[in-house]
Design a protein around this ligand. Structure first.
Ligand SMILES: Nc1ncnc2c1ncn2[C@@H]1O[C@H](COP(=O)(O)OP(=O)(O)O)[C@@H](O)[C@H]1O
Ligand SMILES: [Mg+2]
Length: 626
């Protein structure tokens, strides 16, 4: 619930300055079109070629069809005059033939397009997932980049596929137009010109409305996310209890509805303006076409053109007009879509800052070194957007953990303990200072091997809605199938007792989202924590980092875990964070962190003798238990 105020703040900061629309921007936006086409092409070449050919054929059919219609009419007139019905047989046959071909073509191209779109959509989703998995934690924690990612993922499912449809449709319309114009030029060049010019104003207005729509969507994005957040709060099992008991539903529903109403008003206004303008301009085209129609009809009355000619002229003019309109409309909506697709490409172009060194500088860790030493040298770190002077999360932190040593990190909430773990695991890069493992800077290690060497459980560990076995197995994913290793790890953390009571034992699905009520179960906070702890033991890494690993365990469970603490951490370099002094005192050494600085460092006895911060906290807790 803390997040909601955070989100509200982001609303203010997340608002982009309104950029104004100018036609100069159109070409730049279309620059992305080849990339979309390439995406389609590389997804399935065969289908892309097929779709292109089908569209080409569809493009030329209207010209044929109109010419044949004119022919049929003239033949009918002749047939009436000469009383020879046979004159109309083959033109009518041809007409039917072309109708059949055209319907076949449109069925095929619809099918091909649907299949291709689905493939592209899947592929785009795959690329988004892959990209997201490489990006830095900071990217996710920054509201602006997070927003961009959300927009990219929301729009990307259908925008590229819409673009495909439009681009090919555009190609088809262009072919139709060219073939029609070719015919029309032979008949009357000025008709061609009028038909070409009439739809232009509508195009300009449409494009600028497309731009405004896009701006609106971007501007509304933080609010839409907030709405989604309220939806999540109200429809997710884990939030339900608190929301019900604090009676928060009305609060959130009201906030949701306020946002929804406001956004609806904005959308409605834009849609209304757009519809009215477009209606106005389409009337303009209708009038122009009516003029042409009247003119040609008069020519027919005066006997200057045949009846077939009348049909030919008028259909041609209407079709040219419609096609130009169609083309311009697709250009402006393609333009609108490329704006969204740009977001996707922008997201796909995002690069993580925290990466493995180039192969040449890579320092490979030996496969099985049992122990590792850790050293922090003058490490300072401030979260992005915060003031290093006053809000630094870590300042000039220096300490060492010898290989095989178990060190406890103690400090009040917000002291910087978790931050320290994030730096050690390279989720963030320190602003100053160095972190070394076995005498080498952690930046010199391959990122993957570095993380493989660290078994970590965070304070806010993940509860995977998978089976119990998988929940522990993900600690060492290549052994996820190994029941034996999983059971060993579960035994160490006390999770085994929990799991054995489950209906399907290790194969029971945890969490209630995906399986029936008989086949799944929900665990208590402490039970989940035992599972998460087992995950860290499953890792079998030389470095073990536990961030408040037993905060939800009952006294006995915690006692049991730490009874065997020595055996569990034997031959491992261990850093653990805890507020329980019964646990903390078992460490070889204790490091006390306050306001991002290390204030004390020594054994339990030493620190008690000093009578400083640690001693104070220890006595406070002892007092409470007396
Ligand atoms: N992602 C973040 N962005 C900005 N500030 C953060 C972030 N995470 C933690 N902080 C701030 O950094 C400080 C240290 O946090 P943390 O290391 O989580 O404390 P703790 O010692 O309780 O684990 C706190 O003041 C906290 O508000
Ligand atoms: Mg913490």
């Amino acid at each position: 619930m803390k997040q909601s105020t955070g989100m509200a703040n982001r609303l203010v900061s997340g608002q982009q300055a309104e950029e104004t629309f100018s036609f100069k921007k159109i070409p730049a936006t279309f620059a992305r079109l080849p990339r979309v086409l390439y995406l389609v092409w590389s997804t399935n070449r065969g289908l892309t070629i097929a779709l292109g050919l089908l569209n080409l054929l569809q493009g030329v059919t209207p010209a044929f069809s109109i010419s044949i219609t004119a022919l049929v009419i003239d033949r009918v007139v002749q047939a009436i005059r000469f009383q020879t019905p046979s004159l109309i047989w083959w033109p009518v046959g041809l007409q039917v033939g072309i109708m059949l071909v055209s319907s076949l073509l449109s069925t095929c191209s619809g099918l091909v397009q649907q299949i291709l779109q689905e493939q592209v959509s899947n592929r785009v989703q795959l690329e988004i997932l892959k990209k997201a998995s490489t990006l830095d934690l900071a990217f996710f924690e920054n509201p602006e980049s997070y927003d961009k990612m959300r927009q990219a993922t929301n729009q990307s499912l259908y925008q590229p596929t819409v673009l495909i449809a439009q681009t090919f449709g555009l190609g088809q319309a262009l072919i139709t137009l060219t073939s029609l114009l070719f015919l029309l030029l032979h008949l009357a060049w000025w008709l061609a010109l009028i038909a070409l010019l009439v739809p232009l104003p509508a195009f300009f207005f449409n494009t600028s409305y497309g731009w405004r729509g896009y701006q609106l969507v971007r501007r509304q994005s933080p609010e839409r996310r907030l709405m989604n957040y309220f939806t999540t709060l109200l429809t997710t099992d884990i939030y339900h209890k608190e929301i019900k008991l604090f009676n928060l539903s009305d609060l959130f529903i009201t906030r949701f509805w306020k946002l929804a109403t406001r956004l609806y008003q904005q959308d409605k206004q834009l849609a209304l303006c757009r519809a009215l303008t477009s209606f106005g301009w389409s009337n303009f085209s209708t009038l122009a076409n009516g003029g042409i129609y009247l003119y040609v009809a008069l020519q027919a009355v005066l006997g200057r053109v045949t009846l077939g000619g009348l049909t030919l002229y008028t259909q041609m003019a209407t079709q040219v007009g419609q096609n130009v309109q169609h083309i311009l409309a697709s250009i402006s909506s393609t333009y609108e879509n490329t704006l969204y697709v740009n977001l996707l490409f922008e997201f796909l172009a995002a690069q993580p800052q925290i990466i493995s060194p180039a192969a040449s500088q890579l320092f490979e860790l030996p496969e099985h070194t049992p122990e590792s030493a850790i050293e922090f040298r003058n490490v300072s770190f401030t979260y992005p957007g915060k003031n290093p002077e006053t809000e630094g999360a870590l300042r000039q932190v220096s300490f060492t953990i010898k290989a095989g040593e178990a060190v406890a990190l103690v400090g009040s909430n917000g002291a910087g303990k978790t931050t320290l773990v994030k730096l050690l695991t390279r989720l963030y890069e320190p602003d100053e200072g160095e972190i070394l493992i076995d005498g080498r800077k952690i930046q010199e290690y391959n990122l993957e091997t570095l993380r493989q060497r660290i078994g970590v459980i965070f304070q806010d560990y993940v509860t995977y809605y998978l089976t119990a076995r998988e929940n522990i197995g993900v600690g060492r994913v290549e052994e996820i199938e190994s029941r034996e290793l999983v059971m060993k790890a579960a035994h160490k953390s006390g999770a085994s007792a929990v799991i054995e009571k489950l209906p399907q034992g290790y194969e029971t699905t945890l969490g209630r989202w995906f399986k029936s009520i008989q086949e799944s179960t929900q665990l208590s906070g402490g039970e989940w924590q035992k599972i998460a702890l087992a995950r860290a033991f499953m890792r079998d890494a030389p470095i073990l980092i536990l961030d408040e690993p037993t905060s939800s365990l009952d006294a006995r469970a915690e006692y049991e875990v730490f009874q065997q603490f020595r055996t569990l951490t034997a031959q491992k370099t261990t850093l653990f964070i805890s507020h329980r002094f019964s646990t903390v005192r078992q460490a070889d050494r204790i490091v006390v962190l306050e306001n991002g600085r290390i204030v004390e460092n020594g054994t339990h006895e030493e620190l008690l003798a000093v009578g400083g911060h640690y001693a104070e906290l220890f006595h406070l807790q002892a007092e409470a238990y007396r």
